[in-house]
Design a protein around this ligand. Sequence first.
Ligand SMILES: Cc1cc2nc3c(=O)[nH]c(=O)nc-3n(C[C@H](O)[C@H](O)[C@H](O)COP(=O)(O)OP(=O)(O)OC[C@H]3O[C@@H](n4cnc5c(N)ncnc54)[C@H](O)[C@@H]3O)c2cc1C
Length: 402
Amino acid sequence: MGSTYDVTMVGAGIVGLATAWELHTRHPQLRIAVLDKEAEPGRHQSSHNSGVLHAGIYYKPGSLKAQLCVRGKAMMERFADEHDIPYRTCGKLIVALGEDELGRLGDLEARGRQNGVGGLRMVGPEEMREIEPYAAGVRALHVPGTGIIDFTRVVSALTDLLRGDGVPVLTGHEVIAIRSRGGVQVLETPAGEVHTRKLISCAGLQSDRVASLNTTPRVQVVPFRGDYYTLRPDARYLCHGLIYPVPDPSLPFLGVHFTRRADGEVWAGPNAVLATAREGYTRTDLDLHDLAQTLRYPGFRKLARRYWRTGAAEVWRDAVKSSFVKELQRYVPAVRADQLTFGPSGVRAQAVAQDGGMVDDFHLEADGDSVHVLNAPSPAATASLAIAGHLADEVASRFSLS
Ligand SMILES: Cc1cc2nc3c(=O)[nH]c(=O)nc-3n(C[C@H](O)[C@H](O)[C@H](O)COP(=O)(O)OP(=O)(O)OC[C@H]3O[C@@H](n4cnc5c(N)ncnc54)[C@H](O)[C@@H]3O)c2cc1C
């Protein structure tokens, strides 16, 4: 038997890496390792997202999302400053298209204030046009603190910090089985066994499967793919920063939006369709095992019964470009189909409970010497450094680390 780690992190996405770094900083005496199945860290959600530094307005006051997003954004900006990662606080307009959306927009403003988000202001059509000259709408909530960043730069910086300080980040190490032997957990990977006293998993799209290697998770991941279109370079003038719809409060997704990226590109999307492969980034990707697991899950069937209309509309919009464009034109009427090119996609790991409810907040389950993060959807990239602090507190008492 080789050496035994004190704590092993399964998953080198932004949350796993941030947590490993936080633990290493707080407890430098611990022997920590990070394992990831891919050839590079951050290959999944952490590199397939909108790149928005969320301010924290959407989330239920008092929830982990609300607390950790507001705190995490400030931490992320500090981290970016310290590590020369560019980010831009470009602000966001959340646009009400008609009077019927004003109530929900007002609720959002109130929520944002309760969450401690500064600078929120309702603006009328004239001021809206000053901020986003091409946006439609009767009224908008301006969120000046929202920013944009390339989260893959954060993943690289965290990986370098860990490796530079002697914490191994081992790629090509997919954890496929966990056995317990003499008080030590033996993680089986294609690259050999890894022995650890304590285990934390932040395995994103596979988090329920990793958890089920040594416990029985109460939720299952249902993957939702989101496709983006990109604006042709000569049409990027149509969006200066971020133009968002008023979201449906019953859904965890924010609706298709225009996002200026850190590199100057403008993306429009993502929609939300059931993914036929957890790690499938094209419309034709199909993994029969993934799909069968979703369709067999009673929680998914209940969810599908509740939202089949919304789901069908999303599938239609996904397949028919003119319908996607029509949705975008509601927010930026000047945008034309020929200015939009089919772009990248991401897959969200959304935890769904047995009763069909989509788990709204960040969610972890602990069992003995393991802690599994089972729901870390948006804004978990923004909040990752604060989630790391929260997890480090959690495991300090659970694992008696201090
Ligand atoms: C389309 C989309 C748009 C989004 N937009 C935003 C946004 O604008 N702002 C924001 O804050 N958030 C956004 N998010 C959410 C954000 O990207 C995620 O919340 C965040 O990246 C989650 O990080 P993670 O480390 O938990 O998961 P991941 O990045 O998915 O990492 C999980 C890691 O676990 C590894 N793994 C899995 N199974 C195993 C195994 N068995 N053994 C070893 N390793 C394993 C995987 O290879 C992967 O690297 C978006 C997400 C999506 C999909």
